[in-house]
Design a protein around this ligand. Sequence first.
Ligand code: SF4
Length: 351
Amino acid sequence: MGLTQDEILTRLRENDPEKLAELYRRADAVRAGHVGEEVHLRGLIEFSNICQRSCTYCGLRRENRMLPRYQMSAEEIIAGAGEARARGYGTVVLQSGEDLNMSATWLGDVVRWIKERYGLAVTLSVGERPVEDYRLWRECGADRYLLKSETSDAELLGDLHPPRRSGLPIRPELLGILRDLGYEIGGGVMVGLPGQSVASLARDLELFAELDLDMIGIGPYIPHPGTPLGEAISAAGGGAAGEAPRSDDQAPNSVSMTLKMLSLARLACPEANIPATTALATAQDGGQLLGLKCGANVIMPNLTPRMYRERYEIYPSPWRAEGADGHSAILAAISEAGRAVGQGPGGRRRG
Ligand code: SF4
């Protein structure tokens, strides 16, 4: 990106509104030059909230016995893909908790049916799986794979994502394997996790560039009260975005820090597809419009059926509770940003 680690750190610690506006303008110009004016819409289908992992920040963690679990049928998922097609979206994103009992063949068939019926690009986000599963899904037509690490800080990552002891490679290595299989690969981070330093965010940006990510998701950490991390924050008197406990170099989980990260990610990876995330919209009204002005070029409207949507609660969100997919608000944000809705699959365009 032409910025040294020191320069990145300076920008992450910057609070001067004029200097920040200059950073956002620069990211917006790089976005326009490399991925253009289109905002690609990806229809998100959260098809199962069953998860065997115990991530300390996530409401889907297996210990959360208050959460009714669900798995959508193949027919329901395919109907969701049909809705994406009817709305003119070029991609459907199939996301779930990490459930090794979910049959790889079943998901492969779903992918194949979606490709045959609707010709949509398919992104999968179902966590860490054996390499043969990734290979099978690729052969069935899956185009992209999202596997967010949430942080490049190994110690913090170990606290957040207790290992499953399966002997699988770590996430950056898995991303390399996925790339070799022919997927477009996506990663990303949450901003402002307790214990996450500003310096580690700078390293995250370095890793995005090293991995040459095709997709980068960045959102503020929003505490879930029913998780160990959320409970610790409540006990310390925090709770809402922006109020996470601080150490000297603790990154705040603020909209401002998220926008700095988003802008710097655009500078680090000019060709990447970068969403203005729902977490950003949850943290602040109009958050997605802010994201679009700071380097983002993707939005992921939620097409999960309303009867399931409230149960995919990684973090609390009024968008989810209201069952709204935000489609009209998303179109309004795109229009207000002076941009156009993207056509076609909207994959990475290499310069
Ligand atoms: S972050 Fe993913 S793997 Fe971890 S508990 Fe939540 S759904 Fe499961």
